[in-house]
Design a protein. Structure first.
Length: 532
C-alpha cells in the first residue's frame, strides 16, 4: 500500500512536468509562427526577378550546410521530445488507470444505490443502509390454506459480505430463497436484473458493511502487513471490540430478561424477541422451522422438538442439527500438551499456518513460528517475550516473581522476572533469594494451576508471580466444529450431512460473532441439541 502511494506521487509529479513540456512546445510553436509571418519576404515587386509562381530556391552550398544542419537539428528535437514524452506518459499511466477505476467504482456504486433504493426496492424489506427489516408474508398451512398475514424477518445486509463471499451473495440474488419473500432477482432465476446490475447492488452493499471481527481484516486495515500494533489496525481493533461488546451485551440482556436459558441458546436465537440485527446473526432462522415469522406466529420455536430440529424455516434452506453433529465433528480440542495453543508449524494441526490466536476481547496475539504466543514486550536483546500459559489456556504476562509467599502482598524483595524464561525458580526453594538465577525447569500446567487475583498469580506451590496481565482465551472443544461455524460452507461445495451448500447457504460467522460466542453456540449444539 505505501509503495502504491509513492507511485501515485511520482505519477502526479511527472504529469505536471509533462504539462509544462507541452506548454513550452506550444508556446515555441506559436512564437515561431508569428516570427515567420513577420520576417516573410515581401512579395510585392519580386515578380520582376522571378516568375509569379516561382520562389527562388536555396543554392547547393546553402542546402548542404545550413539547410541540412537545420533539418537534422529539427529531427533531433522532435526525437528528443518523443523520447521524453513517452516515458512521462508511461509514468503517468498507473495514476490514470487508478483514476479510471475510481470513476468506474463510483458509477457502479451510484447505479447500485439507485437499484437498492428505487429500481429493485431492496430497501423496503432490508432497510436503509442494510440494517434489516421485515417482509410481508402470507402464512399458509401444509395444504396451502390461508392461515394469516405475518412478517418475515428480512436479515440485516450491512454484514452480509462478512458472512458470505460475493459469489454466494450473487447466488442468493440470482435465485432468491424459494419459499421465502426473498424473490429471485437475477435472470438465471427468472428475475429482472442482469448480472451487471447485481454487481452494482453488491458494490453498493460493500459501502455500508459494518466492522469485520476477522483478525485478518483488522490486520489489513493497518498500513503494514506484519505490524499488529500500527494505528490503522488499532482503530479497527477498537471498532471490533466495540461491536463485539455490543453483541455480548445483547446476549446478556436476553439472558437477564429470561428469554433464553444459556449463552449458547441465546446466540443460536439471537434477536428472536428483540430483532437484534434483524436476526442476521442467528442460526435458528435457518435451522428452526418458522423462526423467521417470530414467536407470536410460531410459538413453539424454542421447544426441543422444534428448535434446531426443524429442517430450516419454511424456505427449507437449513436442516436438522438434532443428532449426528458430534459424529460429524469429533471432540478435538485446541489444547496442545503444553496446555497452550495450536502449533501453527505442524501441518497436521487444524488451522496450521495461522500466525495469531484470538483472545476473548478480539485482540490478536501473535505467534512465533513455533506457535508460541508472544507479548508485545521484548527483552534486552530485542527478542519478543512469550506469554506464560495459565489455567484453561489463558495467557499471562508477568513481570516479577518471588518464591516467597507473603499473605500481605508482593514481597519487597520480589525479583524481576527474567523475560527469557517461562518463570524463574529460585535455587533454594522457600528462601528469599538474593543470588543469581539458575536455569529453571519449565513450568508445567500443574505449577500454574493457581489462582489469579488482580495483578498477582499464585502458583500451585504458593510462589507468587506479580505484575501480571492475563489475557482470557476462549475455550475450545471441537476445532473442526468451531472452524465450520467460522468459515461456513463454500459456494459450490456440498458440505456435511446436508450436502446442500452448493448455494453457500450456510454463512461463515468468523467475521460477525466474537470467538467466545461462537464457542458457546458450538457447545450448545454439541451438548443440548445433540440430545434431541
Ligand atoms: C419483499 C421483501 C424483499 C425484497 C424486496 C428483497 N429482499 Fe432480500 N430477503 C428478504 C427476506 C425475507 C430474506 C430472508 C429469507 C430467508 O429467511 O432465508 C432475504 C434474504 C436476502 C439475502 C440473504 C441474506 C442472508 O443473510 O441470508 C440477501 C443477500 C438479500 N436478501 C439481498 C437483497 C437485495 C440485494 C435485494 C434487492 C435487489 C433484496 N434482497 C430484495 C426479503 C426481501
Ligand atoms: C442462512 C441460513 C443458515 C444460517 C443463518 C445458519 N446455517 Fe447452519 N447450515 C445451513 C445450511 C444450508 C447447512 C447445510 C450445509 C451443507 O450441507 O452443505 C448448514 C449446516 C450447518 C451445520 C452442519 C451440520 C452437519 O452435521 O453437517 C452446522 C453445525 C450448522 N449449520 C450450524 C449453524 C450455526 C451454529 C449457525 C449460527 C451461528 C448456523 N448454522 C447458521 C444454513 C444456515
Amino acid at each position: 500500500m505505501p509503495l502504491f502511494g509513492a507511485e501515485m506521487i511520482v505519477a502526479v509529479d511527472f504529469r505536471a512536468i509533462g504539462l509544462v513540456v507541452g506548454a513550452v512546445v506550444f508556446i515555441a510553436f506559436v512564437a515561431l509562427f508569428v516570427r515567420n509571418v513577420f520576417t516573410a519576404r515581401d512579395e510585392l515587386g519580386s515578380e520582376i526577378e522571378l516568375a509569379a509562381n516561382r520562389a527562388e530556391y536555396l543554392s547547393d552550398e546553402e542546402l548542404e550546410t545550413t539547410k541540412l544542419d537545420r533539418s537534422l537539428t529539427f529531427a533531433l528535437g522532435i526525437l528528443t521530445i518523443t523520447a521524453v514524452i513517452l516515458p512521462f506518459y508511461w509514468l503517468g499511466e498507473p495514476g490514470r488507470q487508478e483514476g479510471a477505476i475510481e470513476v468506474l467504482d463510483e458509477t457502479f456504486i451510484r447505479r447500485g444505490t439507485n437499484l437498492y433504493q428505487q429500481g429493485a426496492q431492496c430497501v423496503n424489506c432490508h432497510g436503509g443502509g442494510g440494517v434489516g427489516g421485515v417482509a410481508a408474508y402470507v402464512y399458509q398451512d401444509a395444504d396451502g390454506q390461508f392461515l394469516g398475514n405475518a412478517s418475515w424477518v428480512a436479515p440485516a445486509l450491512n454484514n452480509v459480505l462478512h458472512r458470505y463471499s460475493e459469489e454466494e451473495v450473487t447466488y442468493v440474488l440470482n435465485f432468491g430463497r424459494p419459499g421465502s419473500p426473498m424473490a429471485a432477482w437475477g435472470t438465471p432465476g427468472g428475475g429482472p436484473l442482469t448480472s451487471q446490475q447485481l454487481e452494482y447492488v453488491i458494490d453498493y452493499m460493500g459501502t455500508f458493511q459494518v466492522q469485520s471481527l476477522d483478525p485478518l481484516d483488522i490486520q489489513a486495515a493497518g498500513e503494514d502487513e506484519l505490524d499488529f500494533f500500527d494505528e490503522g489496525s488499532i482503530a479497527a481493533q477498537e471498532a471490533a471490540n466495540e461491536l463485539a461488546a455490543d453483541i455480548r451485551g445483547e446476549v446478556q440482556r436476553s439472558l437477564d430478561d429470561g428469554e433464553f436459558a444459556t449463552v449458547g441458546e441465546a446466540v443460536f436465537n439471537l434477536g428472536l424477541y428483540s430483532g437484534y440485527q434483524a436476526g442476521s446473526l442467528s442460526c435458528a432462522r435457518c435451522h428452526t422451522a418458522g423462526w423467521s415469522l417470530g414467536p407470536d406466529v410460531v410459538p413453539n420455536i424454542l421447544e426441543p422438538g422444534v428448535a434446531a430440529c426443524g429442517g430450516g424455516d419454511p424456505s427449507g434452506i437449513g436442516f436438522s442439527l438434532c443428532g449426528g453433529v458430534k459424529e460429524r465433528f469429533p471432540d478435538d480440542t485446541w489444547k496442545d500438551p503444553r496446555g497452550g495453543w495450536l502449533d501453527s508449524t505442524d501441518p497436521e494441526t487444524p488451522g496450521a499456518g495461522v500466525d495469531y490466536v484470538l483472545a476473548m476481547d478480539m485482540t490478536r496475539i501473535p505467534l512465533d513460528d513455533k506457535g508460541v504466543a508472544l507479548t508485545d514486550r521484548s527483552d534486552d536483546d530485542g527478542e519478543p517475550i512469550p506469554y506464560t500459559i495459565v489455567e484453561g489456556g489463558d495467557l499471562a504476562d508477568c513481570e516479577y516473581y518471588s518464591d516467597l509467599w507473603e499473605p500481605g502482598g508482593i514481597p519487597t524483595d520480589a525479583y524481576p522476572f527474567d523475560p527469557r524464561i517461562d518463570l524463574v525458580v529460585a535455587e533454594e526453594a522457600g528462601e528469599g533469594v538474593t543470588g543469581d538465577f539458575v536455569d529453571p525447569p519449565v513450568l508445567t500446567e500443574a505449577d500454574l494451576a493457581g489462582e489469579f487475583d488482580g495483578e498477582t498469580l499464585t502458583l500451585a506451590d504458593r510462589r507468587l508471580a506479580a505484575g501480571c496481565t492475563v489475557v482470557e482465551m476462549p475455550e475450545r472443544t471441537s476445532n473442526a466444529h468451531y472452524d465450520f461455524i467460522v468459515g461456513g460452507a463454500d459456494a459450490g461445495v456440498g458440505y456435511g450431512r446436508g450436502g446442500q451448500s452448493g448455494a453457500g447457504m450456510m454463512p461463515g460467522f468468523g467475521k460477525t460473532l466474537p470467538p467466545d460466542l461462537i464457542q458457546a453456540v458450538v457447545d450448545y449444539e454439541r451438548e443440548e441439541i445433540e440430545q434431541r
